[in-house]
Design a protein around this ligand. Structure first.
Ligand SMILES: [Zn+2]
Length: 68
């Protein structure tokens, strides 16, 4: 039998947060500017990283806006 592993997953991490002006459209919570990091893994081996900035809600965690 051949064991074929084909698994890709992505993990998102927030590395830094700063308070920002604005409110969440979903819950009305405060917004903050976050440095996000996306790590793509293939068979549990990380092979691609991307860091980007986003405005996220501090209360519910929703991404209100993203910069690339
Ligand atoms: Zn919210």
């Amino acid at each position: 039998m051949v064991c074929f592993c084909f698994l890709v997953d992505q993990t998102k991490k927030v590395s830094k947060r700063k308070p920002a002006a604005g409110f969440c459209s979903r819950c009305g919570g405060g917004a903050s500017v976050a440095d996000m990091k996306t790590c793509t893994r293939f068979c549990y081996v990380p092979f691609y990283w991307k860091s980007w900035k986003a405005i996220v809600c501090t209360f519910c965690g929703a991404i209100l806006r993203s910069y690339r």
